[in-house]
Design a protein around this ligand. Sequence first.
Ligand code: NAP
Length: 260
Amino acid sequence: MRGNADTQPMKRILILGGTTEARQLAGKLAAQAQVTLSLAGRTENPVAQGVPVRVGGFGGAEGLATYMTENRVDLLIDATHPYATRISANAAQAAGIAGVAAIALRRPAWQQVAGDRWTFVESPAQAAALLGLRPRKVFLALGRQELAPFETAPQHAYLVRSVDPVEPPLAVPDATYVLARGPFSEAGDRALLETHGIDAIVAKNSGGNATYGKIAAARMLGIDVFLIRRPQLPDMPSGTSVEEVLLLAVHGAAARKRGV
Ligand code: NAP
């Protein structure tokens, strides 16, 4: 095992990723720890992560716990997307089973400001119902797996943006597909919304800057936004940014005691 200057063995850190922050964290921790980044394998051509990567599910919390024991993981970092509820629940449970310290990056939700025309919904299905009977032009800023409910509202014209192609396409008469990977700028999203005459957006409250462009652009253009409510995530020591989680990962309890 590699050691650092004072001959302490390097910490082995497993980062559950699939987000920009996970990639950034991995890069920053790589100099002082043995880092492995884990991806679910949803994206066909993920961006280079810059550290060793493993891909695919672990087989539930038990599987993740076994992986951590077998690979002598010292610290688990849950840096998955705020709507990736199963893996976050598994992370908390697996850390308990394997007796491994765990911390999380919990990205704060966007807050509504004056001019935002937000409606909070529980699910894509509820958003599809609330769009109403009158045909609208709807931008679906959701994952490929979350689009099916909109087939129950075929009266609307849909614009779908995704990293990989939506296969099979939605069974609706009017759907346009844009392939793109974030981050997205406000100016770019404004142009997209205007070009397609969008009057409603369905999105997650992902937080962060990378996908906020459409929210800011919608405010400027007076467009309705149906925001899927944030899911509940397990309680664990957490930071709200790469820098905060980095401190927790490196200094652990000491950093928490100082209230960082
Ligand atoms: P999920 O519903 O919470 O997880 C479903 C299953 O996928 C998990 O039980 C686990 O399988 C596997 N999995 C998820 N993330 C994994 C990871 N980082 N490494 C290894 N296995 C993982 O997850 P999801 O919402 O489908 O998200 C999948 C991935 O996409 C995550 O890495 C997430 O950060 C990223 N992502 C999600 C969203 C979103 O809106 N949900 C948006 C952007 C990026 P096992 O139980 O077999 O271990």
